[in-house]
Design a protein around this ligand. Structure first.
Ligand code: FMN
Length: 242
């Protein structure tokens, strides 16, 4: 059982990375082999909308005209049984790096032959050899967990990424802002600087890794289901209602 984390933070030693490492430790504790790819260290160029991938309806991983590190990452995705998508909350969403990466993989991992919501030409997975567990981890610097709905447009979007991985979403973490002191009025404009991870948040990440590993081990992961995977019918009540 292999679990791959795709981490879109810009700061390798900080919150998103600590949480993701913890989740991978949880997965290791139930027998997984794990790897974390730091997307910031990879050459990931912007999609040019040339539609080379989109026009290929046959390939398992569609070709791309850009020669960078994305193809290598997709080989790891193909091999994996579980994918953890990790990102800081930036501007209420995920980082631009995560967005750029997902743009690049959209039609390389999906072909536009699906039909749902009464529409034809929708993405459906190419990597149908096995289903993959998918989970998300996002880390916020300012917005506490009880105000998540105002600041976490990222998780519902990451949840829909099950389509790329022929996936089944097993859970998410929103690590809301917790500060290492009581903030005074003058501290609030630099509140990100006081953000710290709590043991509870790290434990939650560990448990998510365990949950993913157990679900894979016990054969609980189902192939992509457009109704569940696209939020038409939610299988897990975990995302903010937007
Ligand atoms: C450009 C930018 C936008 C941000 N937007 C938000 C935001 O909308 N809400 C929030 O709570 N934190 C926001 N933050 C703070 C980050 O979420 C926070 O620093 C997070 O812990 C970063 O993850 P990292 O520790 O892995 O770098 C923002 C930070 C940056 C640099």
């Amino acid at each position: 059982m292999k679990i791959l984390a795709l981490n879109a933070t810009y700061r390798p030693g900080k919150t998103t990375t600590h949480l993701t490492r913890k989740a991978l430790q949880g997965a290791v504790s139930v027998g997984a082999e794990t790897e974390m790819v730091m997307l910031r260290d990879k050459d990931i160029q912007f999609c040019t909308n040339c539609l080379t991938c989109y026009k290929d309806l046959e390939s398992e991983i569609a070709p791309c005209t850009i020669d960078d590190d994305v193809s290598g990452i997709l080989e790891k995705v193909k091999d994996a049984d579980g994918i953890i998508l990790s990102s800081p909350v930036h501007c209420g969403f995920v980082t631009g790096l995560m967005m750029a990466f997902i743009e690049r993989i959209t039609f390389r991992l999906c072909r536009p032959t699906g039909a749902y919501l009464g529409m034809k030409g929708c993405p459906e997975p190419r990597l149908t050899g096995k289903p993959r567990a998918v989970a998300s981890i996002v880390s916020a610097g300012g917005m506490p967990v009880e105000m998540r709905e105002y600041c976490d447009m990222g998780t519902p979007w990451l949840k829909e990424s099950t389509v790329f991985f022929n996936g089944d979403f097993v859970g998410d973490i929103y690590a809301g802002a917790v500060f290492n002191k009581t903030l005074e009025d003058e501290d609030w404009p630099r509140s990100f600087l006081f953000r710290e991870l709590t043991e509870d948040q790290l434990n939650e990440a560990f448990d998510l890794g365990v949950k993913m590993g157990e679900a894979i081990k016990n054969g609980k992961i189902r192939p992509f289901d457009p109704e569940a995977g696209l939020g038409v019918k939610s299988t897990v009540d975990c995302c903010p209602k937007l």
